[in-house]
Design a protein around this ligand. Sequence first.
Ligand SMILES: [Zn+2]
Length: 286
Amino acid sequence: MTILAEFAPLLPWPGDGRRITALLALHTMSTTLDIVRIPVLSDNYVWLMREPQSGAVGVVDPAVAGPILAEAEKRRWKITHILNTHHHGDHVGGNLEIKKATGCTIVGPRQDRARIPGIDVEVDDGDRYRFGEAEAEIFFVPGHTSGHIAYAFREQKALFCGDTLFALGCGRMFEGTPQQFWTSLSRLRALPDDMRVYCAHEYTQSNARFAVTVERDNRKLLERSAAIDAARAKGEATVPSLLGEEKATNPFLRVDVPAVQAAVGLSGGDPVAVFAEVRHRKDVFR
Ligand SMILES: [Zn+2]
């Protein structure tokens, strides 16, 4: 695609601007995202990303402003966007200060527009939001909060899912129902295995401790749990993960799997009921 686009202006098609435009359009379909993880507060991750063709720089869920502005400055990246997934303070706390410092555009969930400080662009389920030369598909994923959204960059295989889906876990159900939450998670589960899951917290090790009490015989889960312990012992991050490994090991994505249903005494049960039970067990797990 790139080669076609580079040669396009040289081809002898006077007056055929349409065809050249089509080739250039192909070229712009393909780009990358450079994504940087910034740990803030006790266990939050803020994601700073740059789309290199346009130079667009986005911040996903800035809990705070200072460390994000400093990281962008260090890289000489000019922040052009904030992408919010939901209204919680540890996701929007840096919005106004970053906007004041950079003049960036704040994108957030339409359903939560009253709770997203400084929101400029409201997006909703099925929207496609153009970020530089990349494009995010918006998923409305209520459950943790009533207005939560996720940004899926399909071409770049990057899913920014806030507090909906965690590595080996999911968010607490503050404002939603089990039906809503399971619907949201099952929609994210339908995305490709090779998507990377950029969630907003380093909760993986405690999530793993719970997960192995649900699926004691899941070999992939036991291996993953051991790898997580080893990584955390070295102070390494466990996020992002791969969606494929979440599908294979995350109990909240597996409530329609017989082994998980049996583990919570609901063999053959409705996945919504199984989800509610697994979520409850995690809430009271110590
Ligand atoms: Zn939250």
